[in-house]
Design a protein around this ligand. Structure first.
Ligand code: GN1
Ligand code: MG
Length: 361
C-alpha cells in the first residue's frame, strides 16, 4: 500500500489518497482503485510490460484515441463528456506514464456511477451495439499517422496458429498429448479461419481502427440508467477488422455461460443477445461497412471465439505464461469453454445470417 501510494503521488491527482485496492477482472494488467478525499477517484494500473513492450507508443495511442473521441462528442454537443471517454492523468512532470525502474504505471480518472457486466440483457446489448459502431465511426477520421500496433499481429489468425504450432512443437509443459483431440478440432478449421487475412491481402476486406478487445466487461454502463457510457481498455485499439469488434462482443456477451465455464452444458449462443447487439451495431456501423464486411459478421463471431480457443490453448501448452490463471487447469477449462461456444456459433450460423439479411429490408 505504501509503495502504491508513493507511485500514485507521482501523478497529478486531486486530493489526498484514502485507500488503494485491487479492482476489476482483467487478465493482463494489474488494476487498482484509488480513493481520495477530493471527490475524484482514480484507477492505477501496472502495465504488463512483457506484453506491451512499447509503453510510449501504447500511451500515445490512448491519449490520441481519448482526445479524438472527446472532440467528436464536443462537436455533437453531447452531455456528460467526462464520463464518456477515459481521461489519462499525467505525471507531475507531464508524462503519460511513470517508470519506477522496474514497472510501468499509469493513472486514469475513475468514471463515477459506472458499472460493468459479465452478462447483459438484450436491451443493454442493443445500446452497446450502437455504441461500438459509433466508436469505430468516430475513430475513422483520426488525424495523423494510423495508430501504432501495440501488439504486432494481435488479431492475425495466421500468426496465432503459428504460435500454437510452435507451442505444440516445443511441448514445454508436456500437455500436448492430453490436448490432441482439441488440436485436431482446431486444425480442421484452419482454412476457414485464416480466410479474412487472405481477403485483406486481396483487398477485399479493409482494416479500420478497431478496439480489438470488445469483451463485454470492457464496456462501462451508467449504474443508474443502464445507458452505455464508454468503452475502456484501449490498449489494443489499432488497425484491425471491423468484424473483430463485432465478434469479440458476441463471443463474450452472447454466451449463456462464462468464458471459462466448467459446465459446458451452460455454454452456447444466446440468440436474443446476438440479435439485439447486431441490430444496434448495424444501425450505426451500417453507415460505413461494406457489403462484404456485413456479410462476414457471423464469421467474425466464430473467428474471435476460435482465436480465443487457440490463444488459451497455446498458453496452456506453454505452461501458463501469458494470462493470469486461478488454478493450474484454468487455461484448459477456458479452451474447452471457448471451443464449446464456437460449436454453438457454428450450429447457429444460418440463423445468424438470416437475421442480418432480414435487417437490410
Ligand atoms: C485479455 O485485458 P483483458 O483481460 O480485457 C486479452 C484479450 C483477450 C482476453 C480474454 C492484451 O483481455 O485479447 O481476448 O484477455 N488482452 C490482451 O479474456 O491479450
Ligand atoms: Mg479488460
Amino acid at each position: 500500500m505504501e509503495k502504491l501510494k508513493s507511485i500514485v503521488s507521482k501523478f497529478d491527482i486531486a486530493g489526498e489518497i484514502k485507500t488503494i485496492a485491487p479492482f476489476g477482472t482483467g487478465l493482463i494488467n494489474d488494476t487498482y482503485k484509488v480513493e481520495t478525499d477530493s471527490g475524484t477517484d482514480y484507477v492505477l494500473q501496472r502495465i504488463n510490460h512483457a506484453i506491451f513492450q512499447n509503453v510510449e507508443m501504447l500511451q500515445n495511442n490512448v491519449a490520441r484515441i481519448t482526445d479524438h473521441v472527446r472532440n467528436h462528442l464536443t462537436k455533437r454537443g453531447a452531455k456528460d463528456i467526462e464520463r464518456r471517454a477515459l481521461r489519462l492523468v499525467p505525471t507531475k512532470d507531464g508524462k503519460l506514464y511513470y517508470h519506477d525502474g522496474e514497472s510501468y504505471w499509469r493513472v486514469t480518472v475513475l468514471i463515477p456511477g459506472a458499472t460493468s457486466h459479465e452478462q447483459v440483457t438484450p436491451e443493454l446489448a442493443y445500446h452497446t451495439g450502437r455504441a461500438f459502431g459509433d466508436f469505430q465511426e468516430m475513430l475513422a477520421d483520426l488525424p495523423g499517422e494510423p495508430l501504432g500496433a501495440t501488439i504486432p499481429d494481435f488479431h492475425n489468425m495466421e500468426f496465432r496458429l503459428k504460435q500454437l504450432g510452435d507451442a505444440i512443437a516445443e511441448d514445454k509443459a508436456g500437455r500436448v498429448k492430453e490436448m490432441k483431440p482439441v488440436i485436431d478440432e482446431i486444425m480442421a478449421r484452419e482454412d476457414e479461419m485464416t480466410a479474412p487475412e487472405r481477403m485483406a491481402r486481396a483487398g477485399e476486406l479493409p482494416k479500420r481502427t478497431s478496439h480489438c478487445d470488445t469483451k463485454v466487461n470492457n464496456v462501462l454502463f451508467d449504474a443508474a440508467t443502464g445507458e452505455v457510457l464508454c468503452v475502456i481498455d484501449l490498449d489494443t485499439t489499432m488497425p484491425g477488422f471491423a468484424m473483430s469488434d463485432f465478434g469479440d462482443f458476441i463471443r463474450t456477451a452472447a454466451n449463456k455461460g462464462d468464458e471459462d465455464d466448467k459446465n459446458l452444458a451452460r455454454v452456447g449462443l444466446d440468440m436474443d443477445i446476438f440479435k439485439a447487439f447486431t441490430k444496434g451495431y448495424l444501425e450505426t456501423a451500417g453507415r460505413f461497412l461494406t457489403p462484404t464486411e456485413v456479410e462476414n459478421l457471423p464469421l467474425g463471431a466464430k473467428l474471435l471465439t476460435y482465436m480465443q480457443t487457440v490463444r488459451f490453448l497455446t498458453d496452456y501448452l506453454n505452461g501458463d505464461t501469458y494470462y493470469k490463471i486461478k488454478s493450474p487447469e484454468h487455461n484448459r477449462e477456458r479452451t474447452m469453454a471457448q471451443l464449446a461456444h464456437l460449436k454453438s456459433l457454428e450450429a447457429h450460423e444460418a440463423e445468424m445470417k438470416e437475421y442480418i439479411k432480414s435487417l437490410k429490408k
